[in-house]
Each structure stands twice: as C-alpha cells, then as structure tokens.
Design a protein around this ligand. Structure first.
Ligand code: PMV
Length: 307
C-alpha cells in the first residue's frame, strides 16, 4: 500500500476545490496468516498495536491513534466479506500519524488484506469507497484523497464532491519528505480551518486561490516543468500559511533549502507533520536534512497490490 503525499490543494479539497496527490514508493506492508482468531498487529518505529477483534482486547504502545481506524475497518470488512479468522500484520515505513497518509494506508491495508484472505476479488473502487467510509467515521471529516490515491496509485487530480479523479502523467516524480513532530491530529487541524473559513470571508478567497494554484500546477506537471511546479509549491505553502497550518520550522527548512530545491511546501494537514521538497540537487538536500527523519520518495504507479 503506497503512502500518499499531497502535492497541491490540501485543506481546500475539503471545501470542494480540486487537489493533486501522489502515491509514493514507501508505505505500508501487510501479511495475513491462518489463526484461530482475528487479530491485527501494527508495528514499526517503536510503535505497536495488537488488536484482538473477538475479545476486543488491545495492547498498544505509541500507535493508539490507529485503534479506531483498525477496529472500524474490521467491522466494515466483516459486513462486506463475511467473518474471518486470521492474523493480519501491518508494517509501515513511516511513523504513525506522520501526515503521509499513514492512517489511510493502514485502513486500505487492513481492508485489502482481509478481502484477499477471504479469497474475495480485489476491486479497487470498492476498496477506496470502504476506506473513505472508515476515515469519515473515525475523523468526522475527510476527503477521499488519501484513500483513493493509496488504492489506485499514480499522481491524481481529485475533487471530493461531486467526486472525480483524473490521473496525471508527469516526469516530475521524485521528492524528499521531511517529518516533524505533529501538533494535533488531522481532525483537529481540519476543524480549526473550518472555524476560520466559517468566520472570515477572506479565508474562502484563500481557498479559491489554492484552487487556482492546483489548476495551474496540473499543466506544469503534465509538461514536466519542475521549475513551475516548484514555484507553485511555494505559493501553495504561503496560502496554507494564511490558513494557519504552516509552522515556523517548516518555513525555516524551506528557506534554508531554497538554493537547492525547485520548491517546497507542507504536505497534509500541517502543524508539523510532513514537508515536501522538490530537489534540484538531491545530494545537497539530503545533507541539509540529514539530522531529521527524511525519505527520498518516487511516485508509485501501481497502487494497492496483493502478492
Ligand atoms: O495530514 P494528512 O495526511 O492526514 O492529510 C490531511 C489532508 C486534508 O486535506 C487537510 C484533509 C483531507 O481529508 O483531505
């Protein structure tokens, strides 16, 4: 299950504007083995969650936030494909809650593994729909961006309602993701932006401006014009700053990296979390961010895979 980075349009996508996201070649792996009961184990990055679906017992360390996603995904999976007795294990490249669609990845992974274990045919459309239902139920508000892109792969322009998803072919396909500690969950940050949008007319103008950036960025991506993509990443980042979700650390990193990148922005809900850089010079950028958790990522074009 690939992870997902938001290239353009996060937050504004919740208000009907388009967004562009990309599946990446790092994400979540899942396996399924026969067992006398249904359990889900999430591990990696010193976090661990073991959930026994029958008894409802939980053992969690650092991954508590995943519990409601896992239990909700299992309930929907049972309703869709029937009961299952198996041990499902998930392992991720990113720490939980990093803002790289780790929750969407876990949900898609649980659902796809459950279906495969039950011998059900993999239907990406249904998987994406169920995974979005889980995110909606757990978070209260969620666009279908992460779950759709993690399921289908590639670079995708999306609209939440009416839903549309259009693949974008592009040669601008390698980035560096830097992770910062996250302050607040996606749900809380989305709720803060909602309050701002509800109380200040100007905030809607910011959302419109983000929508315009997305349209322009689509053309730049299709043309393989990294210079233009980078410039628009900067613009998008300042617009996200106007919504109050870009921290000083993110701005400072992007400014320090400026000579070596085409552009940079936060990726996802913000307030810490992921910063996405489009390097001109990968080696210098890697040295610059060497003391922070970082990942060189390439666009994944395959989406969810069952092996
Ligand atoms: O930080 P993440 O990876 O959970 O991304 C959130 C993206 C938002 O646009 C802010 C919310 C959404 O549901 O699209």
């Amino acid at each position: 299950m690939p992870g997902v980075v938001k290239l353009f349009g996060e937050h504004a996508v919740v208000y009907g504007r388009p967004a562009i996201a990309a599946a990446i070649d790092r994400g979540t792996w899942a396996t399924c083995t026969a067992s006398d009961r249904l359990t889900v184990e999430v591990s990696g990055h010193s976090a661990r969650l073991v959930y026994n679906a029958e008894g409802g017992s939980v053992e969690a360390r650092g991954a508590e936030g995943f519990l409601s996603y896992v239990s909700t995904a299992l309930r929907l999976a049972r309703d869709t494909w029937g009961p299952l007795r198996a041990a499902i294990r998930l392992e991720g490249d990113f720490p939980p809650g990093a803002g790289v669609a780790t929750s969407a990845g876990a949900v898609v992974a649980v659902l796809a593994t459950y279906a495969a274990c039950r011998g059900a045919r993999l239907d990406r459309g249904e998987l994406a729909r169920l995974a979005h239902m889980v995110e909606l139920e757990v978070q209260g508000a969620a666009s279908p961006m992460d779950t759709w892109v993690a399921t289908h792969g590639g670079v995708v322009k999306l609209r939440a309602s009416p839903f549309s998803a259009e693949p974008i072919e592009t040669s601008v396909d390698a980035y560096v993701v830097v992770l910062f500690p996250r302050r607040g969950t996606t749900g809380q940050i989305v709720a803060d932006v909602k309050r701002l949008v509800g109380s200040r007319r100007s905030a809607s103008a910011v959302l419109d401006a983000i929508g315009a950036v997305v349209e322009e960025a689509e053309a730049c991506l299709r043309a393989g014009d990294a210079e233009c993509v980078g410039q628009l990443m900067y613009i998008n980042n300042w617009l996200l700053g106007a919504l109050g979700v870009v921290d000083a650390e993110a701005v400072s990193l992007i400014e320090r990296a400026r000579p070596y990148i085409y552009g940079g922005k936060i990726s996802g809900a913000g307030r810490g979390g992921a910063v996405l850089l489009l390097p001109r010079d990968f080696n210098t950028v890697k040295v610059l961010v060497g003391h922070m958790p970082h990942y060189v990522v390439k666009v994944d074009r395959g989406g969810v895979r069952v092996i």
